[in-house]
Write a new protein. Structure first.
Length: 154
């Protein structure tokens, strides 16, 4: 059975292993300060929220999400990061994490949860096509300078 819950201080080391694997998957690099900053934000649970998925007592998946206002509907929940240990893929971990974020967002009064993935991530896209609706939006990124480079901007 998959258990979903908030990340706790004792989870830091395993969380970082999973988050580093996620960053590597997208062929990015982050400095240690970015991992420290992300963990502080998750631990405060104020602006950035996180959940972990445990299978047989081991942390095997993570998700990070946040809420932002919308001009045309209730607040939106952006599921920023989602990663599962490759050894447990196909066992429902990612689905359980997405559903946990949806339930959390519903409790906060959000209008919807949305996320993005790279077009080449076929495995994730198959799952996402089952869970959500692709509405055809294309994402553009405009780096703003030094702040982005500190946390691994493109």
């Amino acid at each position: 059975m998959i258990e979903i819950r908030r990340l706790e201080p004792a989870d830091r080391e395993r969380w970082e292993e999973l988050f580093r694997a996620y960053i590597r998957f997208y062929e990015r690099e982050l400095g240690d300060t970015a991992y420290d900053r992300a963990w502080r934000e998750l631990a405060s649970d104020a602006r950035l929220h996180g959940r972990g998925a445990w299978l047989d007592g081991r942390l095997v998946g993570i998700t990070h999400f946040l809420v932002h206002p919308s001009t045309s509907e209730p607040d939106l929940c952006y599921l920023e990061d989602l990663f599962t240990d490759p050894a447990v893929r196909g066992q429902g971990v990612a689905t359980a994490l997405v559903e946990a974020v949806r339930d959390w967002a519903r409790a906060q009064g959000c209008g919807s949860v949305y996320w993005q993935t790279h077009e080449s991530n076929a495995v994730a896209r198959r799952l996402y096509d089952e869970l959500a609706t692709f509405e055809g939006f294309v994402v553009y990124t405009l780096p703003v300078g030094d702040v982005a480079s500190d946390v691994g901007g493109r």
